[in-house]
Design a protein around this ligand. Structure first.
Ligand SMILES: [Zn+2]
Length: 226
């Protein structure tokens, strides 16, 4: 006896495709959330590595963190002193050269830009003390980072943050719009669902919402280490 062969009609196929599309549509936001959580976690781990490297660097350099950057008597940048290119600092993370920093770059930073600028367009160092209490050490024109023993509240003052510049100043807390810009001048970057990842002097890492960070006063502990 011959069984009747059932073939799907076009309508049935379309209905199946529509159901699959609806299910996929329902899953996508959940998947995006999970993926973004993973990216933020990667960023936090990278920031933690930078913190530990700087604490370790300070241990080797009489308690001083890595210089944010340096310049000579003529005012020219000494790039190999700046923290993103300072080999003594990079050595702490076993990074062989300033342009090989892929392991500590925020996964949400602009890949096309970090290909050229590496850490300079991924993470910034807190420069609130730059114009004031942070004195020179080493060569007269080297800008020093913070001295660990002088930090008043290590658990409340951030050292590193998501940024599009290697140094951060208080005046540019909300200037970041587009990572393709080439003159970011101290801008932070809210890369993780309107939050930035902050790394503090005691070694802990925590995200902060854009609104909270923007509302910080210049003299807030988060900015002022001394
Ligand atoms: Zn990040």
């Amino acid at each position: 006896m011959r069984r009747q062969c059932h073939a799907f009609t076009l309508i049935e196929l379309l209905v199946v495709i529509a159901i699959v599309a609806i299910l996929a549509g329902m899953l996508m936001p959940a998947l995006n959330t999970v993926r973004e959580a993973a990216r933020q976690s990667t960023c936090a781990n990278s920031t933690r590595q930078l913190l530990l490297a700087n604490l370790s660097y300070a241990n080797d350099w009489e308690g001083f963190g890595v210089p944010a950057w340096g310049w000579d008597a003529a005012g020219a940048d000494i790039l190999n002193l700046s923290w993103t290119r300072n080999q003594a600092f990079l050595d702490q993370m076993e990074i062989t050269a300033w342009d090989k920093c892929k392991s500590v770059i925020c996964p949400n930073s602009n890949a096309a830009i970090i290909k050229w600028y590496t850490l300079n367009r991924s993470t910034g160092i807190n420069m609130a003390q730059y114009w004031g209490t942070c004195g020179a050490w080493g060569t007269p024109n080297t800008i020093v980072q913070i001295q660990l023993s002088r930090v008043k509240s290590p658990g409340m003052t951030f050292m590193f943050a998501d940024a599009v510049d290697l140094v951060l100043n208080w005046g540019n807390r909300d200037s970041y719009q587009n990572e393709s810009i080439l003159t970011p001048n101290g801008m932070v970057a809210y890369r993780h669902r309107q939050q930035l990842v902050l790394g503090y002097w005691d070694g802990h890492v925590a995200p902060m919402a854009r609104a909270t960070f923007k509302a910080l006063d210049y003299w807030d502990r988060a900015w002022q280490a001394y």
